[in-house]
Design a protein around this ligand. Structure first.
Ligand SMILES: C=C1C[C@]23C[C@@]1(O)CC[C@H]2[C@@]12CCC[C@@](C)(C(=O)O1)[C@H]2[C@@H]3C(=O)O
Ligand SMILES: O=C(O)CCC(=O)C(=O)O
Ligand SMILES: [Fe+2]
Length: 377
């Protein structure tokens, strides 16, 4: 296995898998295998960046929060929340847990490498296989207990990491449940309108994946991509980002797909970013579109983010809520479980939503993902 990318970047594509194991900090130049161009569906000049625009910031204690959330979901598919109840201490602890993980030597991180068909562990962005170029980032996914991987990373000192993850997941689950009811409330959907496996959906059985992302400072940021444009498969995702900006969301013109531009989500201390995922897109029958987003890198600052991808229990069927349907608004998607959807996403990537569509859109609303031209492998 090459120890540095510069040893290997002219390698045969089969060897790309090996290139994931690099020490980003050792590189003074951007290897060609990491240099994105417009033909890779990426405009390095960023001339489609909307500078004076920003996603809504919602104070969760605002008595109008339901309507603000509804408006943000409809017009942006993303928003930031303040006064969300997660302590700044927990956010700081999570950030330092991430820092201590990603600053381990490459060989140590490899002890927790994600297996080719696994979900949890250390590795490159799993969407990499859909793109011809590599991404300037590394990630660590936690689905279920982090114990085994934490033990491989810190054989004598894994408790603290596991405690922080456990606490973070507990708090995030409560916040995600709260946000879910705000979102559903904005669609005038009540507890009675949603059943999961025949029972009332109370989100107690909800599931989540925690994705920690590290974006090292990059010698040539204008040609590099931290995490390529994608939507999340979740119902909704809650993202913590450190003080370095990089997250961008695609702001759709209306009708969807017209004049879209990328908007940077500027970090606000202690705020969290929330975005609509594909399962909410399905559940809301396309009223709330899952938002395309990506992460950019910069020359001097390391960036860290932690995404909490919140979904239903893996085997519960998700389908458009009946209350939102009418003869003029028939169901656009077939019922699907999160497990099955993840398999579909792994195969079709940004065409996954269209692949489960059962009905042509009416009144001009449709999947944004059909419009964005993101490359599918
Ligand atoms: C449950 C999951 C959603 C996710 C794939 C995964 O199995 C674990 C990581 C998640 C993540 C995070 C970064 C972006 C994303 C598209 C990816 O490649 O891995 C999402 C996946 C998803 O939402 O489809
Ligand atoms: O790093 C970011 O800002 C985005 C991360 C992200 O989109 C993800 O983990 O799904
Ligand atoms: Fe994402």
């Amino acid at each position: 296995m090459p120890s540095r990318v510069s040893d290997s970047f002219k390698a045969h594509p089969d060897e790309i898998h090996h290139q994931k194991y690099i020490d980003f900090n050792s590189l003074r130049e951007l290897p060609e295998s990491y240099a994105w161009t417009s033909s890779d569906n990426y405009q390095p000049a960023q001339d489609d960046l909307e500078a004076n625009s920003t996603v809504p910031v919602i104070d969760l204690t605002d008595h109008n929060a339901v309507d603000l959330v509804g408006h943000a979901c409809k017009s942006w598919g993303a928003f930031q929340v303040t006064n969300h109840g997660i302590s700044s201490e927990l956010l700081e602890n999570m950030e330092s847990a991430g820092k201590s993980l990603f600053s381990l030597p490459v060989q140590q991180k490899l002890m927790a490498a994600r297996s080719p068909d696994g979900i949890s562990g250390y590795g490159v962005a799993r969407i990499s296989s859909f793109f011809p170029k590599l991404m300037w980032s590394e990630g660590f996914t936690i689905f279920g207990s982090p114990l085994d991987h934490a033990r491989s990373l810190w054989p004598n000192d894994y408790d603290r990491f596991c405690d922080i993850i456990g606490e973070y997941e507990k708090e995030m689950k409560a916040l995600a449940g709260r946000l879910m009811w705000l979102v559903l409330g904005s669609l005038r959907i009540t507890k009675e309108d949603i059943t999961w496996s025949g029972a009332k959906a109370d989100f107690k059985g909800a599931c989540a994946a925690l994705q920690m992302n590290s974006y090292p400072a990059c010698p040539d940021p204008d040609r590099a991509m931290g995490l390529a444009a994608h939507t999340d498969s979740s119902l909704l995702t809650i993202l913590y980002q450190n003080k370095t900006s990089g997250l961008q969301v695609l702001h759709e013109g209306r009708p969807a797909g017209q004049d879209s531009s990328w908007v940077t989500v500027q970090p606000i201390p202690n705020a969290l970013v929330v975005n609509v995922g594909d399962l909410l897109h399905i559940l809301s029958n396309g009223r709330y579109l899952s938002v395309l987003h990506r992460a950019m890198v910069n020359r001097t600052q390391h960036r860290l983010s932690v995404a909490y991808l919140y979904g239903p229990p893996p085997n519960v069927q998700i389908s458009p809520v009946r209350k939102l349907l009418s003869p003029t608004r028939p169901p656009l998607y077939r019922a699907i479980t999160w497990s099955e959807y993840l398999g579909t996403k792994a195969k079709h990537f940004n065409k996954a939503l269209s692949s489960i569509r059962v009905c042509a859109p009416v009144n001009g609303f449709h999947d944004i993902n059909d419009q964005n031209g993101v490359q599918v492998g």
